[in-house]
Write a protein that binds this ligand. Sequence first.
Ligand SMILES: Nc1nc2c(c(=O)[nH]1)N[C@H]1C(S)=C(S)[C@@H](COP(=O)(O)OP(=O)(O)OC[C@H]3O[C@@H](n4cnc5c(=O)[nH]c(N)nc54)[C@H](O)[C@@H]3O)O[C@H]1N2
Ligand SMILES: Nc1nc2c(c(=O)[nH]1)N[C@H]1C(S)=C(S)[C@@H](COP(=O)(O)OP(=O)(O)OC[C@H]3O[C@@H](n4cnc5c(=O)[nH]c(N)nc54)[C@H](O)[C@@H]3O)O[C@H]1N2
Ligand code: SF4
Ligand SMILES: [Mo]
Length: 706
Amino acid sequence: METQQARKTLGVCNLCEAICGLELTIEAGRVTGVRGNPDDPLSRGHICPKGVAIGDIHADPDRLRQPVRRVGTGADARWEEITWDEAFELVANGLSTAINQHGQDALAIYLGNPNVHSLGSMTHGVTLAGAFRTRNHFSATSVDQLPHQLVAHLLYGHQLMIPIPDIDRTDYFLVFGANPMASNGSLMTVPDFPGRRRELRERGGRMVVVDPRRTETAKIADEHVFVRPGSDAWVLLALVHTLIDSGLANPPEWLDGIDAVADAVAEFTPERAEAMSGVPAATIRRIATEFATAPRAAAYGRMGVSTNEFGTVCQWALQLLNLLTGNVDREGGVMLPTPAIDLVKLGLLGRGHVGRFASRVRGVPEFGGELPVSVMREEMETPGKGQVRALLTVAGNPVLSTPDGSALERAIAGLDFYVAVDIYVNETTRHADVILPPTSALERDHYDLVFHHFAVRNTARFTPAVFPKARDQRHDWEIFREIGLRTIKRLDRRPPLRRRLELQVRLRPSPTFLIANLLRFRSPVRITDLRKSPAGVDLGPLQEGLFPERLMTRAKRVDAAQPLVLGDLDRLRAQAPPADGELLLIGRRHKQDCNSWMHNSERLTKGRDRHQLLVNPADLDARGLVSGDLVTVTSRVGAVKVEALATDDVMPGVVSLPHGYGHQRDGVRMGRATQVTGVSINDLTDPERLDVSGNAAFSGLPVTLS
Ligand SMILES: Nc1nc2c(c(=O)[nH]1)N[C@H]1C(S)=C(S)[C@@H](COP(=O)(O)OP(=O)(O)OC[C@H]3O[C@@H](n4cnc5c(=O)[nH]c(N)nc54)[C@H](O)[C@@H]3O)O[C@H]1N2
Ligand SMILES: Nc1nc2c(c(=O)[nH]1)N[C@H]1C(S)=C(S)[C@@H](COP(=O)(O)OP(=O)(O)OC[C@H]3O[C@@H](n4cnc5c(=O)[nH]c(N)nc54)[C@H](O)[C@@H]3O)O[C@H]1N2
Ligand code: SF4
Ligand SMILES: [Mo]
């Protein structure tokens, strides 16, 4: 039991990739104070508005604490609390019925973003998802970082071998389509980005940002370059072209295929890039030279160049910039972290594979056993063998977070059975037959199995649960175990005994037990060390010189000339050039938003509206519109009505909407969030627009305005 007396304890924020250490004040079972923990060796006291709001989730009366069953549909739906046992029985019945009647692919699984922020999801959720052996396995990966994983797999031999900018030692930081001032970094766990940026400047280093919007990050850069959305591949290939053409390349001995790359990029000149992108040829040449001649340089690109039509080409070209200048695996360049529990070294996560099977309807290839979520709707709606009839979502909201969400919503509403593991009724889970709510993040132990792989410094930290698990609550891993073991028992075609036993062995022990054991293998720290130093243990700066030994490629060499990437250049050549009066839609993130799901927090949603469509004043003028007008934005798949806000922070021809808004759907109330105005950008985005990896191409979507 919690006493009334205030106590201080250490916690961890799991709301974004920065994984900040927190110091919490707890009174009467509530969080009454949150600050960044200055003793955390990685986050160094950093905190952002979302971290301050972490207690709001725990205290939120709208957060589910008991399993619920839906009674009725649409606006008439009611939620009825049921016992865990009833809930698990319903779920095991619903899932096994679909599989028994229609085969294993009849079950679709969607894993949302918070899975990677939960230890129990990483240890048990992934095991559960794999146990069902469905081809219809989807996740937020294919609306996010899929090109990074594909390129890491192709170049370095493992999907998780993603070199991270060594921001603390670099002299030149080249950033494409990322806004760490708002996002706090991604595929670069970089808590206290503002502080690290300041230190870069104080060292005399330079930061250059290429983005169609003058973002918070662009504003504190040494240079900001506008780029036409979706055209970055031209600019990046022209940078590679210039490096090679001007003899600036200085590649490592273990890099092959440079001649083939030189041939492939020969026609991608800075002049052609300028015509496609609006970035002056002279700027491209200058940046190439600066990058190649800086003592230590790191090129990095995130959402803006991952979720566009050429995300894979972009991520490949970014790696080539780093490779050709000798900046991969080198201090101040881009480097591989060496986490205490290294999922790559331990072989706990597959290397990735491409095209072992394809989606049934559109024939899109899988990556690493997953299909792009952009095909999920058609797999639900198209009749035939393998049609999806049942759905399991864990910590996700694909109705707001994936392309053409409204159409997906209709498809989900038509399924035979849907179970969600989520702490809220959201735009997606409101269609579930049963929702199973796990404990909240503050009620469970945490060790970050994922983000130490992407961190700008090697550290390790174990954080015991801040609050005890309330009576009759279940941890997520307990929920996964129960779903798995009960459902498998009811399958007509049960997996062989060996696999059933293996599943038992993997689902029974707690995540903390598993972590403690993993820390015994080739790890610099044991769990006892981490328990003694709850602020975290510093394992030092990133180490250089891991390559070629660490490479998981054939003969431990990197082949730059990847057929899959070079084969996509024809499609790039055919890309439409800028057209008069075109408007291209891009997304944006705000410091106070957390994808689609923290709009219940009052402290994050009070104050000025921020959901508006940003439009360049010239584009409003040209259409006889003024700032504040309610405008209709139309794309191939849909239309939304939203207030326009004039700003020359977006370049002419570009409009911007944040994602994760649009909580009012057929007047159904889903907590406080429903009062937050704004529309869903994903009612406009197009599931037909894909990168070659299968990633959704959100950026640069053609729209019209009226
Ligand atoms: N147009 C456009 N679309 C985008 C993006 C974009 O930039 N533009 N960004 C994309 C990106 S990068 C991502 S990652 C996706 C995110 O997309 P999703 O992962 O589909 O959605 P989230 O909004 O993160 O919703 C997370 C859900 O998890 C629940 N949740 C929170 N904590 C827990 C927990 O501990 N356990 C469980 N079981 N549930 C929990 C929340 O209640 C919420 O319902 O959106 C993508 N969609
Ligand atoms: N506060 C907050 N932080 C978050 C999240 C959140 O929702 N809120 N979400 C978390 C998640 S799940 C993720 S994946 C990360 C994402 O982290 P980031 O990628 O850093 O965040 P975004 O704001 O999506 O940045 C994308 C940038 O790309 C630009 N852009 C759009 N289209 C193009 C283009 O075609 N070319 C170029 N060059 N730029 C383009 C946009 O203007 C924007 O500045 O953030 C994480 N952190
Ligand atoms: S930057 Fe903010 S949201 Fe991200 S981990 Fe730190 S406190 Fe949490
Ligand atoms: Mo993400």
